[in-house]
Design a protein around this ligand. Structure first.
Ligand code: SF4
Length: 102
């Protein structure tokens, strides 16, 4: 009997983010809001970065959203003129912020 206290307050589901470069206008708003997560490449389009600062250029590449940066990433998705920043739950791939979020 008894309850497992460790399950309390586990925090929210891990999130990841990806960019649809086909729709990116290259304005760089995301890289201003969250430079730890987004960066413009020399092709003028925005890409997500890995935790160790590497640009991820495979189509649909995702990177984890660090919790302290969630607000900046969500603001980026909201302000993105291309509507092409997608934030989704890692567990079931459901989009929670971005053009395909409910
Ligand atoms: S805010 Fe959107 S459109 Fe602008 S550079 Fe970033 S991903 Fe591209």
């Amino acid at each position: 009997m008894g309850h497992d206290a460790r399950t309390v307050g586990e925090g929210q589901d891990p999130l990841e983010v990806w960019i649809d470069q086909d729709l990116c206008t290259g304005d760089g708003i995301c890289a201003q809001y969250a430079p730890e997560v987004f960066e413009l490449d020399i092709d003028g389009l925005a890409y997500v970065k890995s935790g160790d600062d590497e640009l991820l250029q495979a189509p649909g590449a995702t990177t984890p959203v660090p919790l302290p940066l969630l607000r900046d990433v969500v603001d980026s998705a909201k302000e993105c003129p291309g509507d092409c920043i997608h934030v989704r739950r890692v567990s079931d791939k459901v989009e929670v912020y971005g053009p395909d979020a409910e």
